[in-house]
Design a protein around this ligand. Structure first.
Ligand SMILES: CC(C)(COP(=O)(O)OP(=O)(O)OC[C@H]1O[C@@H](n2cnc3c(N)ncnc32)[C@H](O)[C@@H]1OP(=O)(O)O)[C@@H](O)C(=O)NCCC(=O)NCCS
Length: 328
């Protein structure tokens, strides 16, 4: 039986760092509040002339180099983002051209917010297995600073910019690569995290700008509870489906939204915190980029070895969620 492997990973975070102390000069907050409530110390912020595709491009180049694959070999390009360069065309088309992926490739964006990377993994995994495609490049890229209300202390302290990418290929070796993938969505919770204006329901107008309708609105407490609940469920279901125990998972890479969410998840699953990769302290919540940014760091830090099981677990606006089980 054939499998689909992650042949390379790459990430990029913009140069500029915004610390909690910097934020305390912008809104009524403090380093102490942000650290204790979220675990975040600092986040990266893209330059004004950097858009989603610019961050994606660098992450993609690094993932291709890591996989020793050239852009000309990519025939499926998927970008998961909530902050595309334009409402249309897709950011995937912009990156296809900039990166030199051939025009015969399939290129499109997906909207699954912070679960976007695991959604893209599932799509690429399925498509590669059909034999229709040979080499997929998937990217999570976000310039969340462009949809953040920098005068709202309840949201602006949480988010950051960044990108992460992975190259996926089919392999003849059985039992490695993506072992399982499972996704879900509960649209009843759609307004827990959303941008009210700028879409077809409420097109951009002077009034929507005045009302700050183009920025993120969030029900933090409700998201927190649902995040812990769905991540615990998908983690348990994934290991059970594959006849494993949670104990056999060498590393869990959760979506990085709040370290307290990860701590609650770890407690509910009965796993120690050192089994979870956490880098939210340095990046904040980078939405679809958060899991590939963490995956890239974890690999470079030697935390993933051949034969290891890694479990990715995500949740995000929608309310979307999902998990991917990988064996290296
Ligand atoms: C947002 C979040 C950090 C808030 O933490 P919390 O412990 O629930 O805090 P609360 O919302 O109860 O706020 C407590 C108080 O701090 C205040 N506060 C909110 N943001 C603040 C800030 N940046 N600095 C200082 N005080 C702040 C609130 O106004 C509130 O004051 P009050 O008690 O006088 O009303 C937390 O709920 C969270 O992380 N939720 C998940 C959000 C998320 O993951 N979003 C992305 C999904 S992909």
């Amino acid at each position: 039986m054939a499998s689909v492997i992650i042949a390379g990973v790459g990430a990029y975070a913009p140069e500029r760092i915004l610390t909690n102390d910097d934020l305390a000069k912008m809104v009524d907050t403090s380093d102490e509040w942000i650290r204790t409530r979220s675990g975040i110390r600092e986040r990266h912020i893209a330059a004004p002339d950097q858009a989603c595709s610019d961050l994606a491009l660098i992450a993609a180049q690094r993932a291709l180099a890591d996989a020793k694959v050239s852009a000309s070999e990519v025939d499926l390009l998927i970008i998961a983002t909530a902050t595309p360069d334009y409402p249309l065309p897709s950011t995937a088309c912009v990156v296809q051209h900039k990166l030199g992926v051939p025009p015969h490739a399939t290129a499109f964006d997906i909207a699954a917010a912070c679960s976007g990377f695991v959604y893209a993994l599932e799509i690429a995994y399925g498509q590669l297995l059909t034999g229709r495609y040979k080499c997929a490049l998937i990217i999570g890229s976000e310039k969340l600073s462009s949809i953040t209300d920098w005068s709202d202390r309840t949201t602006c302290v949480l988010f950051g910019d960044g990108a992460g990418a992975a190259v996926l290929k089919k392999s003849d070796q059985d039992g490695i690569g993506i072992i399982g993938s499972d996704l879900g969505a509960d649209g009843e919770l759609a307004e827990y995290l959303y941008t009210p204006a700028g879409g077809s329901r409420c097109p951009a107008s002077p009034k929507t700008v005045e009302e700050k309708g183009h920025f993120l609105r969030m029900k933090g407490k409700e998201i927190f509870k649902n995040a812990v609940r769905v991540m615990e469920t998908v983690a348990r279901e994934m290991v059970e489906q594959h006849h494993l125990s949670l104990d056999q998972i060498n590393l869990v890479i959760p979506h990085q939204a709040n370290v307290r969410i990860v701590e609650a998840l770890a407690g509910n699953l009965g796993l120690p915190m050192d089994r979870f990769y956490v880098n939210i302290d340095r990046y904040g919540n980078t939405s679809s980029a958060s899991i590939p940014l963490a995956l890239d760091e974890a690999r470079k830090a030697g935390k993933i070895k051949p034969g290891d099981y890694t479990l990715l677990v995500a949740f995000g606006a929608g309310f979307t969620y999902g998990s991917t089980l990988i064996r290296w």
